[in-house]
Design a protein around this ligand. Sequence first.
Ligand code: ZN
Ligand code: ZN
Length: 310
Amino acid sequence: MTLRFTVLASGSSGNASLIQTDAGAVLLDIGLGPRQLTERFAAVGASWEQIAAVLLTHTHGDHWSDRTLGLLRRRQIPLYCHPLHHPGLLGNGQQFQRLLDAGLVRDFDASRDFDLGGGLRCRALALSHDCQPTFGFRFEKQVALFGPPAALGYAADLGCWSPALAAALADVDLLAIEFNHDVGLEYASGRSAQLIYRVLGDGGHLSNAQAAALLEDILRRSTPGRLRHVVQLHLSRDCNRVSLAQEAARVVAQAANQELQIHSASQHRPGPTLLVGNSTRSVRPARRTSSTPRRRAAPTAAPWLPGFEP
Ligand SMILES: [Zn+2]
Ligand SMILES: [Zn+2]
């Protein structure tokens, strides 16, 4: 039994990630159109036939596509969203009403864990963002007879974080969090003052420094050695650099004396597919923009997952 995580696209032009179990797969956000999603699936050895459900973080336009909602209806794939997401989805396209009429909308709330099928448990975590409500998630799946379940934390599109969020993301094997911008580059971007203050505000996006502080707090709360992979999400094309985001995370890992593999998700290229949990059967090496420090991989690292080669 395995739990695997792949970012298909991340950034202000579209977001989608794939969470795969042996029983099927869940798409986290559908901020790409059907054709692009199909191409990204093909690039990572996945297909629409595997998709058992779609889960929505929030209703900003880079996280869902009306045309993709239409494809969900045709393929009879349920959409999990919050009841307060309905107005935003109804008001910006035709397909959500059709999905409702087809009985394919499942509501979640943040007070109760829910099951996405195949033994994949999910907890919604409220995030501070200017599109309410916005959620991060903690996913867990039992992948071995003994020991704790494999755990994956995901939080993007948030302007600030709280100790409660750090606690909810502690003791995961893979942490995907937003490293949106460098504050200096944001100020120097030439963007309008309104946009700059929106991004920097509590309802905007996490800076590299904020995300590093969140990572530090999560590590402090976690069992040493449990967290293996950090996936950096939603990097700003104009106001961030992979090198800056990676350095921010690397400093935290070194200070905490933790061996982390740090990956920066791309807007244009999917992957890599990372195995969550089962740390002795770790992942394939990071790709070009991913970062893994140049030192040798841990001796427990395994080759690429069969069927998931680039
Ligand atoms: Zn976004
Ligand atoms: Zn957003």
